[in-house]
Write a new protein. Sequence first.
Length: 112
Amino acid sequence: MTIEIIRGDDEQFELTFTDIDGNAIDLTDGTVFFTVKESLSDDDDDALITKEVTEFANPELGIARLTLLKTETDIAEGRYFYDVQFKDSSGMISSTVRDKFYVKKDVTLRTN
């Protein structure tokens, strides 16, 4: 799923985690990791955006909400890469999505 955002905007995404059969993955006591990088080979320490989500909208139904603040999306216009990983309560890690992350230039700059 390609993500497009406007630079400097607050953004919120709802993510639903399912297994190969389409059944909800219970997120209770797990962690969702969201990372945006300029290059796939960049070190995690060089990532432009990193988020860890441990509180979930509806963990039993596999639903997590990811919020990016305007300070986090205030990065240069361009094409980046992101992924989402889930670590369950036993420590098992699975990458659920990896795709492009586009930041578009904002038109309106005033906020007052």
